[in-house]
Design a protein around this ligand. Sequence first.
Ligand code: ZN
Length: 134
Amino acid sequence: MKISHIEHIGIAVESLETAIPFYEKALGLKCYAVEEVAEQKVKTAFFKVGETKIELLESTDPEGPIGKFIEKKGPGMHHLAFAVDQVDASLEDAEANGVRLIDKKHRNGAEGLKIGFLHPKSTFGVLTELCGHE
Ligand code: ZN
C-alpha cells in the first residue's frame, strides 16, 4: 500500500444547513460541493484545507451508517481517509497484514472516488478509509 496524503477527514453532523455556516463563517473555509451519496445514505459537503478536505456527513436515513453513528455517539469525527493509488490492491495488502476489513472490495464514494473501509477494531479505534481513483 502506498499512501500519498490525508485525502479527507469525515465529520458526522446532524444538519449540513447548520454546520456549513460554521465552517464558512467562523473558520473562513469555502464549501465547494454538496453531494448526496445514495449508496451510503448520506449527504456530503466538502471544504478544501490545503491538499486535505473536510467532508461533512449528514444522514439521509436513520438506519444508515451515519444515522446509527450519531444515534450512538452524537455528532463528531467519524473517519480518516488516506489517498492511495490503488484501492482494491491496498485493501488486499491491509488484509494480508492481518487488518480486519469492512470492505473487501471498493464501493463508490463522493467525488467519483473508489473507497473502502478498514475496521476500527484493527485501527486503534479510528474508522479508516482508503480512497483513490483506481
Ligand atoms: Zn470519507
